[in-house]
Design a protein around this ligand. Structure first.
Ligand code: ADP
Ligand code: ZN
Length: 809
């Protein structure tokens, strides 16, 4: 019997193993331990067949960890589809569908033998150094010796093998990790002998313990006993005498406590008090009908900001759950959409599970097991939750479907929204994609009739959309000088809101204090040594930092190139903006939300909680402030430099700008007072800014689709981006040219553009060159690239294939 296994090793295909005679055939989705190279690792069974006909001798499976499927078969299917579609390794992709802590790995360890300790070995040789390093007699991981002895892994492994053959060392492969990563707790209960122990000689503490346990026949958790002053030593003594038995019980690490606390934020209006508007009710009815159809449909819910989409999702989910099915709700980033998670938690209580990277590994594992075992009806999660082990799936919702965080920017480079649609298709469920600013792809699909299009054109309770004012910064610079950050209009509006005790949100999509360090003497800017970008000034930290590789250096006092003393800071970021606002109004409470201020886990949530509680007047931040929040007291939104993203060499630059501006403006006026947005820009006539100003999605779409069609960009065509990296630019370009030549086949049905230097020609110390394939079908393009790579296998590790890329920088 041959078992096909997916192992979590990059660049590896599915592997085949022999099932030892007389072993039961493991289920598809079960975990097995298999040898890979010199290690033993966990893999997932994806198939089995009887014998190979090519007569290869296969290694046997080392162990089977699960009786049934650990990963449901449907999820294995979805992961394999994802691997194929995105041209990534099946093992890595299946691994991405697994919960943390479900893997076990062996580690090659080496220990000196008695013979080795006595052996006379010539000094100064590699063998003597290795034996000397093991002299202490303990087993150590071979990996750790690589650094200690400064040898390459292969060489060291060969040396260890040679010494093992001579009997001087011995090698072992202990496993790390546990087959069951559940948290367990010790539970003590009294035995029959314990109940009958009145005549025995026992200490006072032991008597106390027995008295407590006698009243609880099902046992008491050891931590509870500890809290009552009954310690582990006492319990162990009693257990040793057979008066108490101690067992382990699995416990769940709860996560809803934290989410529930966030619930306060979105909870204006008592639960259930909301009456749907006529528009909401109509949309809900249509969606219910689609859900009831019991086969795959995809609906695009295009509803302006504040139109009450979340309320529709929750009621639709209730409808689906009432019919005995289960629901998956994807959000771009749970920490940024707490109101959504909390709203679901309020409706479904214990029956909702949360899956996102902000949870600890243990919490994620427990939630995953609950989902798989059917203890939940609804899963709310970020991108990777699309692989959650849900059976009887009836509904998949993708909230803010346009958000680029759904795209994973590392292998496997899948798009969570698109995998969600495929999952619905595979299971015959309803997919609902919701947004105020749908992606070009989804809107195009809706117009073409592939998706049902549902719209909500107005906000709930007839609240007006925010009025938007554009400030032409060219005029502002002419009048007020080139150093202006806050225009007069925005500064006035801010003072006004602060005095009225209303709140404001300011968006500047650039972190740090200044964007560059510049020398007035030689005109050099200080660049990252690893990346082709200039370093950003972080004043509070006193560092100049690269935003791509995190390299940093102390802020230079003189020019690193000419040693001149005239170093200046150019441009500004959120850190500077925060200082500017603080200086504008005395006593204003300003806080900043960007990746620098929320590095700590839970920091985002506590910052947003403080803003919701009115402890902050002005929230300054990057695009993080634009995402999905519902803060009713925000009446002013300011955009500092609306054009930040427009200059990027990315065909989605206009779309991103339009989305960001529309979304951030949508944060204003969500309560009883109407909202206003003020947008500062150098390009007031740019169509993405003009249409965002009128919140006119359709007009933007019409104009953008013309550009995409003329330039042959998605969604007019499909795109595959191939990036080739190298230690020199020439090397990268030559390899890309070679690969491109192999890809270019006549009559292939696609076009190849490039190779050319990537916009970020150096990143993290590597030089980058790229080419694009454009065509109407992805299959032939993917196939051509993979075939070309098969003829140049040594390039595999230097090439990134991105199917349907979101960022092409
Ligand atoms: P969207 O996701 O479309 O931007 P939300 O779902 O966040 O909008 O809704 C905005 C606010 O309006 C929320 O506070 C929500 O509780 C409230 N809301 C939704 N529907 C109604 C309704 N029919 N009547 C009153 N308030 C509503
Ligand atoms: Zn860098």
């Amino acid at each position: 019997m041959v078992i096909t296994v997916a192992v979590p090793v990059p660049f590896l295909d599915l592997l085949a193993y022999e099932l030892p005679e007389s072993w039961a055939v493991p289920a598809r989705g079960a975990r097995v331990l298999v040898p890979v190279g010199t290690r033993v690792t966990t893999g997932i069974v994806v198939g089995s067949s009887t014998g190979t006909d090519d007569g290869r001798v296969l290694k046997p499976i080392a162990d089977v960890l699960d009786d049934g499927p650990f990963l449901p078969g449907a999820v294995v299917d979805l992961a394999l589809w994802t691997a194929e579609y995105y041209a990534s390794g099946p093992g890595e992709t299946v691994a991405g569908a697994m919960p943390p802590g479900a893997w076990m790995k062996s580690e090659r360890q080496v220990r000196i033998t008695d013979a080795g300790a006595r052996a006379a070995v010539a000094l100064g040789t590699a063998r003597s150094r290795l034996l000397a390093a093991l002299r202490h007699g303990r087993a150590v991981p071979v990996r750790s010796l690589v650094t200690a002895l400064r040898r390459r892994a292969e060489g060291l492994n060969a040396l260890v093998n040679a010494l093992a053959r001579e009997g001087l060392v011995e090698v072992s492969q202990p496993l790390r990790g546990r087959a069951d990563a559940s948290k367990t707790i010790r539970v003590a209960s009294i035995t029959a002998a314990g109940l009958d122990s009145a005549d025995l000689r026992l200490g006072a503490r032991q008597r106390d313990a027995l008295a407590s346990l006698a009243g609880a026949p099902e046992g008491i958790d050891v931590p509870v006993l500890t809290a009552r002053g009954i310690d582990a030593v006492t319990l162990n003594r009693l257990a040793g005498r057979g008066l108490v038995s101690i067992a382990r019980r699995r416990v769940e690490r709860g996560v809803l406590g934290a989410q529930g606390a966030q619930g306060a934020q979105g909870a204006q209006g008592a639960q259930g008090a909301i009456v749907l508007s006529a528009d909401q009710a109509k949309v809900l009815d249509s969606l219910k009908a689609l859900a009831d159809a019991g086969r795959f449909h995809c609906a695009l819910l295009h509803g302006v900001t504040g139109s009450g989409k979340t309320e529709i999702y929750v009621r639709l989910a209730e409808h689906v759950v009432a019919a005995g099915k289960r629901v998956l709700m994807l959000v771009p980033e749970i920490a940024l959409t707490p109101a959504v998670a909390a709203r679901f938690a309020r409706a479904f209580g214990e029956r909702v599970a949360i899956q996102h990277s902000g949870l600890s590994d243990g919490e994620r594992y427990d939630q995953w097991i609950r989902i798989r075992d059917g203890a939940t009806d609804v899963v709310v999660g970020t991108r990777s939750a699309v692989f959650a082990p849900i059976d009887r799936l009836g509904l998949v919702i993708v909230d803010e479907e346009h958000d680029s965080s759904y795209k994973q920017e590392e292998t496997p480079r899948y798009h969570g929204r698109d995998v969600a649609v495929m999952r619905s298709r595979q299971t015959g469920a309803l997919a609902v994609l919701g947004s105020a600013t749908p992606s070009m792809e989804s809107y195009q699909n809706a117009l073409a009739g592939r998706y049902e299009r549902l719209t909500l054109v107005s906000r709930v309770l007839d609240r007006p959309l925010p009025t938007v004012r554009i400030v032409d910064m060219r005029q502002e610079y002419a009048d007020e000088g080139p150093g202006v950050i806050l225009s007069r209009a925005l500064a006035d509006a801010l003072r006004d809101r602060v005095s009225r005790r209303e709140q404001a949100v300011l968006l500047l999509n650039r972190r740090g204090y200044a964007t560059a360090v510049f020398c007035r003497q030689c005109a050099a800017t200080v660049e990252c040594p690893n990346c082709s970008v200039s370093l950003t000034v972080h004043l509070a930290a006193g560092r100049a930092r690269c935003h791509y590789c995190n390299y940093s250096m102390a802020l230079p006092k003189q020019c690193p190139r000419c040693a001149g003393p005239y170093v200046e800071r150019l441009g500004f970021g959120t850190e500077r903006l925060e200082a500017e606002v603080a200086g504008l109004v005395a006593g204003v409470r300003v806080a900043r939300l960007d990746r620098d201020t929320v590095r700590r886990r839970g920091a985002i949530v506590s910052l947003l909680d403080r803003f919701a509680a009115g402890e902050i007047d002005v929230l300054v931040g990057t695009q993080m402030v634009a995402k999905g929040h519902d803060f009713p007291r925000v009446t002013l939104v300011g955009v500092i430099s609306a054009d930040v993203g427009l200059g990027l060499a990315d065909f989605r630059a206009s779309e991103r700008t339009f989305q960001l501006l529309t979304q951030v403006a949508g944060r204003a006026g969500r309560g009883d007072s109407p909202g206003e947005a003020i947008i500062q820009t150098l390009y007031p006539d740019h169509y993405s800014i003009r249409h965002a100003c009128h919140q006119d999605y359709r007009a933007f779409f019409e104009e953008e689709i013309k550009y995409r069609t003329a330039m042959r960009y998605p969604p007019a065509v499909s795109l595959v981006n191939v990036v080739v990296r190298g230690s020199s630019f020439r090397g990268a370009l030559e390899a890309a040219t070679d690969l491109a030549r192999r890809v270019r086949t006549p009559a292939a049905g696609f076009r190849l553009l490039g190779p050319a230097p990537a916009p970020f020609v150096r990143l993290r110390g590597e030089h980058r060159s790229q080419f694009f394939l454009k065509g109407s079908a992805r299959g032939p393009m993917r196939h051509a690239v993979l075939e070309a790579l098969r003829s140049k296998p040594d390039l595999k590790r230097r090439v990134t294939i991105d199917v349907d890329p979101v960022s092409v920088l």
